[in-house]
Design a protein around this ligand. Structure first.
Ligand code: GLU
Length: 469
């Protein structure tokens, strides 16, 4: 095989969709697997819909996922000359012709054809008129053979194709001189020496026409691999309203890049029953032959599982750094990354499945005033527990060294002084006192990371609640 050259060719008209990110990942993995190159080509020829913000979102999303490219970003709009030159060549060789049918005329004829119960393709009215450049406003159409197989052996879908008669002579250049997508993509893929076009299955129906274009340009088409689209776990199309659909959405929900990357590579591709793949393993093992043809379901539980797996592997200091912005958003102020936060991160790493869930569960740690859950207060902060709580506060206040073990020792001595009170009967009220609710890591660890002064202040506040209650 000559050097593999793949490309990711997003249209910068929105965010980086997870489906596109997966296409990028497959192109990247395939190029890396075969020691080839990945090109990033921004398809910005639709001037009205392409925006620099969207281009930035695409690039940031790729970088965040750890997908690197070897050439680019190249912008398709920079290649207008070569698109025009290709159209001229096709006109000169007779593989394309000028067409003066207006949109209104075409629409009228299309309606009539459909009303007659027939399928519309362009009726070739201008095909043999031999119109010259001086004909006035015109489009350019590709002259397709009237019949003949436009087939290819898709690396995922297998034998594919359509007969030329079903496609008709399609426009390749608009009347304002803009090339259409099909022309630009074929001309650029040729100019860039792309050997494998790996893209979403939504482009499968576009391929016959593109093959016709390669033939008209007297060039060999590349290999094509169409990747089944991602659907929701229910089998339905992903919906912006219901599902996270952009890489940014996943990032904001607190998924880690390696988890999302691992999840995406596994949607529609497998390697035995292996679930966890490092970046290096993806590059060493990925192959198109193992890509599945059927629509690929996005299993959110699998992603959570993977995310937790990668959360557990992170060093506490990195985890704290990643958690800080989520905590800041949770409480609406900047939460600094420091030793306390690192200790908290270590304690919470097995709890939340995402950074945002972890931040929600860690709210108690960063709030100035605890948000007391009324039910938890009513159930656990009762007058019967007050003496033990006071004694505990006094014991904790006397500690010179604030450590998990020292805290435990104070608990144990209070329990025995209270006539062998059960640990749970004291621990749970203390938990409510310092976190506001009934869920937190082990109570000694919780107090340890919270620190002595905040612990005492919160127990005092809880004692007031009991008094009032
Ligand atoms: N720009 C096209 C898209 O975003 C991709 C073109 C292609 O891969 O051939 O859908």
């Amino acid at each position: 095989m000559s050097e593999v050259r793949t490309r990711f060719a997003p249209s910068p008209t929105g965010f980086l969709h997870v489906g596109s990110a997966r296409t990028a990942l497959f192109n990247w993995a395939f190029a890396r697997r075969y020691g080839g190159k990945l090109l990033l080509r921004i398809e910005d020829t639709d001037r009205d819909r392409s925006t620099p913000e969207s281009e930035r979102a695409v690039i940031e999303g790729l970088e965040w996922l750890g997908i690197d490219w070897d050439e680019g970003p190249l912008r398709q709009s920079a290649f207008a000359d070569r698109h025009r030159a290709a159209v001229e060549r096709l006109l000169a060789s007779g593989s394309a012709y000028r067409c003066v049918c207006t949109a209104a005329q075409l629409e009228e004829r299309r309606q009539a054809t459909i009303a007659a119960g027939e399928k519309w393709t362009y009726d070739r009215r201008c095909r043999d008129l031999d119109l010259g450049a001086d004909v006035g406003p015109h489009t350019v159409r590709l002259r397709l053979p009237k019949s003949g197989d436009l087939g290819w052996d898709d690396l995922v879908f297998g034998k594919s194709g359509q007969d030329a008669s079903e496609i008709g002579d399609r426009i390749i250049q608009r009347s304002d001189g803009q090339p259409l997508y099909h022309l630009a993509v074929v001309v650029d893929d040729l100019a860039m020496g792309i050997t494998h076009v790996i893209r979403g299955a939504d482009h499968h129906p576009n391929t016959p026409l593109q093959i016709a274009l390669y033939r008209a340009l007297e060039a060999e088409p590349p290999e094509f691999a169409h990747v089944p689209l991602i659907v929701a776990a229910s089998g339905k199309k992903l919906s912006k309203r219901r599902d996270p659909v952009s890489v940014q959405n996943f990032r904001e929900q607190g998924y880690l890049a390696p988890a999302l990357r691992n999840w995406l590579i596994r949607i529609g591709w497998s390697h035995g029953d292996q679930e966890v793949f490092s970046s290096d393993e993806i590059c060493a093992l990925f192959d198109l032959a193992a890509v599945n043809r059927s629509a690929a379901r996005a299993d959110g539980d699998k992603l959570l599982w993977l995310n937790q797996h990668y959360l557990k592997e992170l060093p506490a200091s990195s985890l704290a750094e990643m958690l800080a912005p989520f905590l800041s958003a949770e409480v609406g102020r900047e939460v600094p990354v420091n030793a306390e936060l690192t200790a908290l991160a270590e304690l919470q790493r097995e709890r939340g499945k995402t950074l945002s869930e972890m931040a929600r569960l860690s709210r108690w740690f960063v709030v100035e005033e605890v948000d007391y859950d009324a039910k938890a207060v009513a159930k656990h902060l009762k007058p019967t527990v007050e003496p033990a709580l006071r004694e505990l506060r006094d014991g904790l206040a006397k500690l010179d060294t604030w450590s998990r073990d020292a805290i435990e020792a104070v608990f144990l001595s209070v329990l025995s002084a209270q006539g062998d009170m059960k640990m749970g009967r004291l621990a749970q009220p203390v938990r409510v006192a310092v976190t506001g609710g009934t869920v937190s890591p082990g109570i000694f660890e919780t107090l340890d990371v919270l620190g002595q002064s905040r612990t005492l202040a919160r127990i005092n506040r809880a004692l007031e609640l009991i008094d009032v209650g």
